[in-house]
Design a protein around this ligand. Structure first.
Ligand SMILES: [Zn+2]
Length: 381
């Protein structure tokens, strides 16, 4: 195990070089040409570094996804890594890749291009050192995670169902570097209200305000939040009406529901779906549903984390922590089908934010952690 750690520690320069290249390939989720280019590049790098095989999975709507495989075995370990970012084309000109005070900056560097580099070098180490596992290792590189994985969800679920464990190369929890052992499930709803328009000055009594109705519903919806059990309901956008002197005929609100455990979906969703108008003269409808199920901190997830913690202590001399997060990832999809450990990617801060960065010296440490996990879970029967 120590030789793996030594090998990866010597690769910092190469990793940073690759990080620069991968960040400079911009990949906004909705830009097929750009994401296709980087997908093919990642496939080439995978073959170069691991001698594994790759398959391009064509996608009409967004970038092609990449399935890569290393080693052999009846069973498999799955790694999830998305290569799209939330940053539009041209961001690289305003925020070029740069290293300052040991931190690497650039669009998508933390979420989650750093994690891709670290994952590739973990397998590279095993390949170069001639390590063999009892299980094959599958990497799914998808192009549409930031959109909610509309074209890769099924793929993720199919591969997760065939895997004994799933590892997600999403960033660790901020600069502390904690792994993510619990992620909230997400529900997204749209509430639409139709009232009756009227001149606010001349015929106010003839109007029924859709905005008034929505306002009444919002306070009820927000009252469904129960922080003690991790359930939140947030009306994040409201729109409606035409001008100030017209009683609003329509109004729309977008609702975000987050739960820590699946049972809360069963309890809260009907309360949202069956909302009744307070003013019987309005018409109220709700669309939407579950976007991602929760990644629950099950016994299996806890045991995966304990193993990671022990390896980190023994070989890397770090005290690995675990955290829960309200944010979703593809780990939410896989967790339903196989125990999933998330947050194994970059250590840094500022996902989707201007100060996005990763800590350079942590790259080899986290890459070594992934390699150790491969050895641990790839050789158990
Ligand atoms: Zn991400």
């Amino acid at each position: 195990m120590n030789e793996i750690v030594q090998f990866i520690r010597g690769k910092e320069e190469e990793m940073v070089e690759m990080l620069k290249a991968i960040v400079e390939h911009e990949t906004p989720s909705d830009h097929k040409e750009l994401t296709d280019t980087l997908g093919s590049w990642i496939a080439e790098q995978f073959t170069r570094l691991t001698s594994g095989k790759t398959e391009i999975i064509p996608n009409d709507r967004y970038g092609n996804h990449i399935r890569a495989e290393w080693g052999e075995g009846e069973e498999q370990l799955l790694f999830l890594a998305h290569f799209d970012t939330v940053w539009p084309e041209g961001t690289i000109k305003e925020k070029p890749f740069r290293i300052e005070d040991g931190k690497a900056y650039g669009p998508g560097v933390f979420d989650m291009k750093g994690g891709i580099v670290q994952g590739l070098f973990a397998v590279h180490a095993l390949q170069t050192l001639g390590k063999k596992l009892n299980k094959k290792v599958v990497f799914l590189f998808n192009s549409d995670e930031e959109l909610g994985s509309p074209t890769s969800q099924t793929l993720i679920e199919e591969e997760a169902a065939k895997s004994t464990q799933v590892f997600v190369l999403e960033p660790a929890m901020s600069t502390e570097g904690a792994l993510k052992t619990s992620r909230k499930g997400v529900g997204i709803f749209q509430m639409e209200v139709k009232g009756r328009p009227a001149h606010a000055g001349i015929d106010p009594e003839k109007g029924v305000s859709a905005i008034g109705e929505i306002a009444n519903q919002i306070s009820y919806l927000h009252s469904l939040t129960d922080l003690s059990i991790g359930t939140t309901v947030n009306v994040g956008t409201v729109s409606g009406g035409t001008t100030s002197n017209v009683i609003a005929a329509t109004a729309v609100a977008e609702i975000d529901l987050r739960v820590k455990v699946k049972d809360e979906f069963d309890r809260v969703i009907p309360l949202i779906e069956n909302l009744e108008p307070r003013d019987g003269r309005t018409h109220l409808s709700v669309k939407g549903g579950i976007n991602r199920p929760p990644l629950e901190r099950t016994k299996e997830v806890q045991s995966m984390f304990q193993k990671a913690k022990a390896l980190a202590k023994q070989y890397l001399d770090i005290d690995l922590k675990e955290k829960e997060t309200g944010g979703g990832s593809d780990g939410n999809f896989s967790a339903r089908l196989a125990p999933t450990l998330d947050g194994l990617g970059a250590v840094g801060d500022g996902a989707h934010a201007n100060h996005e960065h990763l800590i350079v010296r942590e790259m080899t440490v986290r890459s070594a952690l992934v390699a150790l996990l491969l050895m641990e879970f790839g050789n158990e029967c």
